[in-house]
Write a protein that binds this ligand. Structure first.
Ligand code: MLT
Ligand code: MN
Ligand code: ZN
Length: 298
């Protein structure tokens, strides 16, 4: 068994370019001067034949078309066995609506995330006689494809934007935002596309992993404010930034992780520009900037 991952979408919600955005990166992507990126999703397998998709992005139709490993192998057979969700955000669940063509698979998520789906009746388009919704308790391993188990664990985060009330806790620890520990018989890989804070317990857990995919939403916390795109900081959105003393690059230093890959990059993030100073700094610190179609083995 050899762990394989293919990044289906490396961008955060909105993608690169985002439909209504005229920021520098979005303009460069529209002009074809930097690579475009679709929204957040990762395909994983242990045998190369059976695949799970971690988070179903609104771009899943194009992502599947671009990924030969996931193409149909018969009239209505295809290698997708399961979909796993790490939160209820639109960029991670809207693609479920595309997977509604009576295709059997198992939908893995915490009970808390399944509740969010159950409150939105449009998701009953996934016919329960065909798509099994499996509740996964935190810290309880589930086999999501042959030879690969996923253990969900709470990471600091917040409820989905469309569920926010008057006051918002941005570092809740519970079932609404989870990381995934993926294990084959020989490797341990982590997928954490949203994380507000890397606390000591998380650092301990991640230490020594073969490979990690981590929240790369923003380079700096006030990046969107400085770009004139709104008032939201990364912290307000439940995402820690890459740079700075309390950033992810600093937080991962010394954790002895085999390979570290940033995913879920917002379109404002300067690391999305090959040749930028920030990208060089991230790469010098041992990070790989994820991009659509990238294959990563453990
Ligand atoms: C996030 O990652 O913060 C969310 O996906 C934002 C959103 O819902 O657009
Ligand atoms: Mn997101
Ligand atoms: Zn933009």
């Amino acid at each position: 068994m050899q762990f394989r991952a293919r990044i289906l979408g490396a961008a955060a919600g909105g993608g690169l370019p985002q439909w209504n955005c005229g920021c520098e990166n979005c303009r460069l992507a529209r002009a074809g001067e930097i690579p475009s990126q679709t929204q957040s999703s990762l395909a994983v397998s242990a045998d190369g034949e059976n695949w799970a998709i971690l988070n179903a992005s609104p771009d899943i139709r194009a992502q599947l078309a671009a990924t030969h490993e996931l193409h149909p192998t018969g009239l209505r057979d295809m290698p997708l066995r399961s979909v796993l969700l790490t939160n209820g955000d639109i960029d991670h669940v809207a693609g479920l609506l595309t997977l509604r063509e009576m295709q059997p698979f198992t939908l893995f998520a915490t009970a808390g995330i399944h509740e969010v789906l159950a409150e939105n009746p449009i998701f009953s388009a996934l016919n329960p006689s065909v798509v099994t919704r499996a509740n996964v308790a935190l810290e309880a391993p589930a086999e999501i494809v042959p030879g690969l188990t996923a253990t969900l664990f709470a990471v600091p985060g917040k409820v989905p934007l469309y569920m926010e009330g008057e006051t918002v806790e941005t570092d809740l620890v519970g079932e609404q935002t989870v990381g995934v520990e993926l294990k084959t018989d020989t490797e341990t890989v982590f997928y954490i596309p949203g994380c507000a804070l890397l606390n000591d317990a998380l650092r301990q857990r991640l230490r020594g992993a073969s490979l990690i995919f981590f929240d790369g939403t923003l380079w700096r916390d006030d990046e969107m404010v400085r770009a004139g795109l709104g008032q939201k900081t990364g912290k307000r959105m439940g995402h820690m930034s890459m740079s700075g003393e309390d950033g992810s690059i600093a937080a991962f230093a010394g954790l002895e992780i085999g390979r570290k890959v940033f995913v879920h990059m917002n379109n404002t993030n300067p690391v999305l520009r090959p040749g930028s100073e920030e990208r060089r700094a991230a790469e010098d610190a041992g990070w790989i900037i994820g991009q659509d179609g990238m294959e990563v083995t453990a």
